[in-house]
Design a protein around this ligand. Structure first.
Ligand code: ATP
Ligand code: MN
Length: 259
């Protein structure tokens, strides 16, 4: 009891510190109390040491850079110090759409209200990252999920986030297309369809391609899995066509099934 009270006090102080810090002023409204509590738990559990500035602010989630705690650093490459923290909004999010992506996934049955859906969504992204990694697809290393907060590798060079494919000029688009094709195939073979694959969700990092934003990925048993796969293939092919590659969405879709 005393311990609980102490923890509460510590938490309050910590929250004040974040709220007052210059970098977080802008984001203050993005965190509700439960999100603060989740962040605090991640600090206590040794996953996060300190929160940094925003990397991206979006409709469904904000991504922040942070200093990884001991337990995170263990998962990362030698010398890496930072993690990325993706905070899903529990308010003002399009959870009707989210529910559709969770249908038919045996890992996430019996979902209740909106909050529960967002929490399942966060766990789903962590679990999808793990599955993708095991399948040999380069994704940010998954580290932890707490409530609506996901901790993963910060794909960055000297503190600067890696650029997305839409932000770089690709030197060898043929090769890059080959890598993305192989990633789509491996994901499918591992039972997953990304569902939002495009140049906006692929990072270019020190010569590697890294697939991100995999929370909405569905299992191949999802009623719309084939439709999502078709769309992913078309998005990818049309981007690489614009880079001068002889790419075709329907051909990629078929190739994924045949191989
Ligand atoms: P939105 O609500 O804007 O759609 P989102 O769901 O697209 O957000 P993400 O794509 O996962 O969220 O992340 C948003 C941006 O943050 C990405 O485009 C990328 O630039 C950056 N980002 C996300 N995760 C990482 C990471 N692990 N390492 C480096 N940068 C990242
Ligand atoms: Mn994205």
């Amino acid at each position: 009891d005393r311990i609980a009270r102490e923890r509460d006090r510590e938490f309050d102080q910590w929250r004040k510190r974040i709220k007052n810090s210059e970098r977080f002023k802008v984001q203050e409204s993005a965190f509700d109390d439960a999100t603060f509590a989740a962040l605090y738990k991640l600090v206590q559990d040794g996953y996060v040491d300190a929160l940094g500035g925003p990397v991206s602010t979006g409709k469904e989630a904000n991504v922040y850079e942070a200093l990884g705690g001991e337990r995170s650093l263990k998962e990362l490459a030698d010398g890496a110090e930072q993690v990325a923290i993706k905070v899903y909004r529990t308010r003002a999010t399009n959870f009707r759409d989210m529910r559709e992506y969770l249908v038919g996934d045996p890992r996430f049955e019996e979902l209740g209200d909106k909050k529960e859906i967002v929490l399942a969504w966060t766990r789903k992204e962590l679990s999808n990252l793990e599955r993708a990694r095991k399948a040999g697809v380069r994704v940010p290393t998954p580290i932890a999920a707490q409530r609506n907060v996901l901790v993963m590798e910060f794909v960055a060079t000297e503190g600067q986030r890696a650029r997305r494919l839409d932000e770089v000029s690709i030197e060898n688009p043929e090769t890059a297309y080959g890598v993305v094709r192989e990633y789509v195939r491996r994901l499918y073979a591992a039972g997953l369809v990304h569902g939002d694959l495009s140049e906006y969700n692929v990072l270019f990092y020190e010569g590697q391609l890294v697939i991100i934003d995999i929370g909405q990925a569905v299992t191949i048993h999802h009623p719309n899995a084939e439709e999502f796969l078709e769309r992913d293939c078309e998005n990818v092919a049309s981007f690489f066509r614009r880079q001068g590659v002889d790419a075709d969405g329907a051909e990629l879709y078929e190739w994924v099934h045949e191989n």
